[in-house]
Write a protein that binds this ligand. Sequence first.
Ligand SMILES: Cc1cc2nc3c(=O)[nH]c(=O)nc-3n(C[C@H](O)[C@H](O)[C@H](O)COP(=O)(O)OP(=O)(O)OC[C@H]3O[C@@H](n4cnc5c(N)ncnc54)[C@H](O)[C@@H]3O)c2cc1C
Ligand SMILES: NC(=O)c1ccc[n+]([C@@H]2O[C@H](COP(=O)([O-])OP(=O)(O)OC[C@H]3O[C@@H](n4cnc5c(N)ncnc54)[C@H](O)[C@@H]3O)[C@@H](O)[C@H]2O)c1
Length: 443
Amino acid sequence: MTKTVIIGTNHAGLAAANAILDNSEQEVVMIERNENFSYLSCGTALWVGHQIDSVDGLFYTNREDFEAKGAKVRTQTIVDNIDFEGKIVHATDQQGDKVEESYDKLVLATGSIPISPKVPGRELKNITFMKKYEEGQNIDQMFEHEDVKNIAVIGAGYIGVEMAEAAKRRGKNVLLFDALDRCLPSYYDPWFTDDMDKNLADHGIELHYGELVKEYKGSDKVEQIVTEKGDYDVDLVINAIGFSPNNQLAKDHLELFANGAYLVDRHQQTSDPDVYAVGDCATVYSNALQGTTYIALASNALRTGIVAGENIAGNPIESPGVQGSNGISIFGHHMVSTGYSVESAAKFNLDVKYTDIEDTQKPEFMKENADVKLRMVYEASSRRIVGAQMSSTTSDISMAIHMFSLAIERQVTIDELGMLDIFFLPHFNQPYNYINKAALAAE
Ligand SMILES: Cc1cc2nc3c(=O)[nH]c(=O)nc-3n(C[C@H](O)[C@H](O)[C@H](O)COP(=O)(O)OP(=O)(O)OC[C@H]3O[C@@H](n4cnc5c(N)ncnc54)[C@H](O)[C@@H]3O)c2cc1C
Ligand SMILES: NC(=O)c1ccc[n+]([C@@H]2O[C@H](COP(=O)([O-])OP(=O)(O)OC[C@H]3O[C@@H](n4cnc5c(N)ncnc54)[C@H](O)[C@@H]3O)[C@@H](O)[C@H]2O)c1
């Protein structure tokens, strides 16, 4: 019987385990450093910001679910190294005992590690990342203390903006720093982020953009951060300047992408045919770019896990690739995007054009309506869609972004969207939908 060892059992590893266990009779061993399974860090800001009542719903499965399907589960066990020649995983369990597991197939699902700003003072207390459940617990507890007043969030990407909102909702003074001149620069063009920055400022968040932290100061705990532009008193610092792939176990054995991620094919197979890599530790195929890239998202982790698991179970499916679709909702301001913005396309040497529209979802005579802002980005030569960004201050318009995700995957052109059959009913839509209008107006 084929034996598969899965290292790392968060979203990607769990998806791979389910796919193998549900589709074959194979032996599966799951090894995880943490005690808990399946923590949805995506919900941390909602929990810590007291927008949901309890953290319990942020765990969607547990070890018993996998043991019931026949898997051997080792939690609180750290994999120390792998003998790729002898096909043996070496680990240490909670008691400090050495553990060995042989394998026929290996799945690396070791995820990502938050990047630490390399500045003096970063070892001081009250400086934290926001990735693990325990870090969320710690931040939540610190927010309880009245003397923890000033919170600095470093990095105005997804985690930073969400944690800034959470801290503000808990009544803190929030200072949000980013190296670049606006929030969410990797996902949206300024036409969208200008609105989000105004939203953040209107809710009392102090924006410090284009301002790099040079030092953290304090005797035991952090007391001040020093940037090129000033010194600021702080009681807690949350670092959120991005992730890097956790490639520690196989970086000397496998082919790597430019940022260190395990390079995989469309079956999630690495340069060692018996080793698969999934989720944040691996590359993805981008349909917008039509090439390999790195995008750390839970949604990619789940899909890549399924692909690897199905292949190991004997069903040789290929990944359709990803668009990196994502979304954010801050104080009721909703933004969603897929593929590339105009700015990010330039970084990847894609020559693009774009078409914009600001409209309402429904005809003006409808009492309840939604404002919609849309930018569609298309390749200049082929006119295929390579990105879309949308926002609304009133309504959940997120479902439309999934259509753009499919359009990118299937290489639909901007001209095809002009004539796309979008139905009309005043309750839902205008006779000319905003997608049709913007596509017809494209240069
Ligand atoms: C605050 C926050 C909010 C987020 N919000 C969203 C969101 O809204 N939408 C979205 O799509 N994505 C979101 N993400 C990103 C998403 O959480 C990650 O992309 C996702 O967790 C990746 O899953 P993974 O299983 O590949 O890796 P990870 O979640 O990093 O899991 C890797 C696992 O491997 C284990 N491991 C590592 N090394 C070893 C070892 N040597 N031995 C044993 N075990 C090991 C770790 O303990 C861990 O459990 C968010 C992330 C954060 C931090
Ligand atoms: N809603 C969502 O889909 C969601 C939510 C949270 C996290 N995530 C994912 O998790 C991953 C990690 O999120 P993240 O917010 O850490 O990364 P991110 O890439 O979204 O943002 C990092 C930010 O840090 C800034 N930065 C980089 N170096 C800096 C420095 N030295 N000083 C100041 N600013 C600096 C960047 O300009 C960027 O704005 C991402 O892949 C993200 O997409 C997604």
